[in-house]
Design a protein around this ligand. Structure first.
Ligand SMILES: C[S@@+](CC[C@H](N)C(=O)[O-])C[C@H]1O[C@@H](n2cnc3c(N)ncnc32)[C@H](O)[C@@H]1O
Length: 215
């Protein structure tokens, strides 16, 4: 069970889809795992519980890291926690597995929230403001044969993710996918998404995918 401080993203379908993909990776005592955008630390705890010897969790939110710290203590897991912007706190380091469930929901504008729970999902008009940065930064941080696992919605351009990662020399596949009903945030934006042609009229589900890219 995970503790969650107010304002921290509750683990949900995308978290658990990614956790399933993470569990299929080779996580031994010598493996180094990086969890970018850790939130409650759910994926870091999964990696540590699966046997990963070195787990690093990064988030920009102090509350998220406090939550991760509590969850690591409760689960008796050893997790290194770093506050900062995506990969910045771990620049120059290499990882066997990088996992990320970043904000990817298309928003009204390209102004990223600097506080509040919206910071967990708003990702600019095309939903790619963080995805693009992860796709640009993470490949060069993978160890030889290292694996990058990213969750995102089809509303935020899966092909662009695949192309960016392939351009950086990675082999890319869709590791998992799930069709899920719109939650509160997407329901409130349904008319906007219809107007932008992102969804069909009356559509109230989205597909979440896990992209697996290997160096
Ligand atoms: C969708 S939540 C995912 C949380 C968790 N990994 C999970 O799957 O349940 C996204 C997280 O990204 C964090 N975040 C947003 N912008 C960030 C940034 N620029 N750098 C690092 N973390 C960021 C938010 O604080 C939030 O905790």
């Amino acid at each position: 069970m995970l503790v969650r401080l107010p304002g921290v993203y509750p683990p949900q379908e995308d978290t658990w889809l990614l956790a399933g993909a993470l569990a299929r990776e080779n996580l031994g005592p010598h493996s180094h795992v990086l969890d970018i955008c850790t939130g409650t630390g759910a994926l870091s705890m999964c990696a540590a519980a699966a046997g990963a010897g070195n787990v690093t969790a990064v988030d920009i939110s102090r509350r998220a890291l406090a939550t991760t710290w509590i969850n690591a203590r409760l689960g008796r897991h050893s997790v290194r926690m770093m506050r900062g912007n995506l990969t910045e706190p771990v620049g120059g380091q290499f990882f066997d597995v990088i996992v990320s469930n970043p904000p990817y929901v298309p928003a009204l504008d390209d102004v990223l929230p600097t506080r509040g729970v919206e910071r967990a999902w708003d990702a600019g008009v095309d939903g790619r403001m963080l995805l693009d940065r992860i796709c640009a930064q993470a490949p060069s941080m993978l160890a030889q044969s290292g694996v990058l696992l990213i969750a995102q919605s089809v509303l935020s351009g899966v092909e662009k993710t695949q192309t960016m990662l392939e351009e950086r020399g990675l082999g890319v596949e869709i590791a998992d996918r799930a069709e899920i009903p719109f939650g509160r945030i997407l329901s409130a934006r349904a008319a906007l998404f219809e107007a932008r042609g992102l969804i069909d009229s009356g559509q109230r589900t989205e597909e979440i995918v896990v992209i697996r890219a290997v160096r």
